[in-house]
Design a protein around this ligand. Structure first.
Ligand code: GDP
Length: 308
């Protein structure tokens, strides 16, 4: 199975949740989860009616697994947008075809272009009678120019969607009724992850999670090598540079909104990993023979105003 890692960036209410929900429904992901009995019928109903976008969603399309990492839709606390953008190879920029470019669109576009990503522009809500897709594309283009986008970034693909009605189209005259053009554009336009299974393990934590049974969990991208359950590894702390020995006690990959326990995961994949009680964002888990940290992730300390 090939992997693609993308982030969806959008101004709040432009349809990110609805679109990812439709992608899940139209891909084979939920059907597979039921066949594997990971989901019972109640859970399937729940997955079908997602109301909040999970932090990580993996969608199966043909022989691809598309990992979708959520980014904050409003204010960015602590540099989360920058961190997520370092974990992906592509980005879907979702813009309401009526409302056009909004403040949050500007913020996330700037960050995505700075990260060197080549966005796929998804003009959503084209079903709305007042939609003006041509005007909005011009706005997006001007925005890219204002942030000094490269020629490659300016040559962005455009897909017209109605997340609500569940269609994606290559152009406005098209009458296609499903999301195939969107899936195809994602797998073709997003570069495959770099890194090889043969190299020593290097994975970086970009989000933290907690589980009652296994404790603190790091959500990480594997940049090199292969992660295996039971492996003796080291944790290289970003903040202190300290190197501590440990073991991967549990490893999970994503499928739909589910976290599935696995024995191993290859370079390029997004995983959840347990075994380090004091793991922090930015830390690298590496093989003991090559305890080299990945480039540090940007972490802003929250600004707290105290009024006396
Ligand atoms: P998010 O904040 O970006 O996750 O946006 P949501 O997915 O929650 O959508 C915000 C609102 O826009 C909801 O009321 C959706 O039903 C509506 N919406 C989303 N996609 C479309 C679309 O393609 N067409 C129309 N007409 N409404 C949509």
């Amino acid at each position: 199975m090939e992997i693609r890692n993308v982030a969806v960036i959008a101004h709040v209410d432009h349809g990110k949740t609805t679109l990812v929900d439709q992608m899940l429904k139209q891909s084979g992901t939920l059907k597979e989860l039921v066949e594997e009995r990971v989901l019972d019928s109640n859970e399937l109903e729940r997955e079908r009616g997602i109301t909040i976008l999970s932090k990580n969603t993996a969608i199966l399309y043909k022989n691809y697994k598309i990992n979708i990492i959520d980014t904050p839709g409003h204010a960015d606390f602590g540099g989360e947008v920058e961190r997520v953008l370092k974990m992906v190879d592509g980005v879907l920029l979702l813009v309401d075809a009526q409302e056009g470019v909004m403040p949050q669109t500007k913020f996330v576009v700037k960050k995505a272009l700075e990260a060197g990503l080549k966005p796929i522009v998804v003009l959503n809500k084209v079903d709305k009678p007042a939609a003006e897709p041509d005007r909005v594309i011009d706005e997006v283009f001007d925005l890219f120019v204002s942030f000094e986008a490269t020629d490659e970034q300016l040559d962005f693909p455009v897909i017209y969607t109605s997340a609500k009605l569940g269609f994606a189209r290559y152009d406005l005259e098209d009458k296609n009724g499903d999301l195939t053009p969107l899936f195809e554009t994602i797998v073709k336009h997003t570069p495959p992850p770099s890194g090889s299974k043969e190299e020593p393990l290097q994975m970086q934590i970009f989000t933290l999670d907690y589980d009652n049974y296994v404790g603190r969990i790091g959500i990480a991208r594997i940049f090199n090598g292969e992660a295996k359950r039971g492996d003796e590894v080291v944790l290289v702390e970003q903040k202190t540079g300290n190197v501590q020995k440990g073991r991967i006690t549990k490893l999970f990959t994503f499928k739909g909104l589910e976290r599935l326990e696995v024995d191993r995961a290859p370079a390029g994949d997004i995983v959840a990993v347990a075994g380090f009680e004091d793991v922090e964002i930015g830390d690298t888990i590496a093989s003991p023979e090559n305890p080299v940290p990945l480039p540090p992730l940007h972490i802003e300390e929250p600004t707290i105003s105290v009024f006396i």
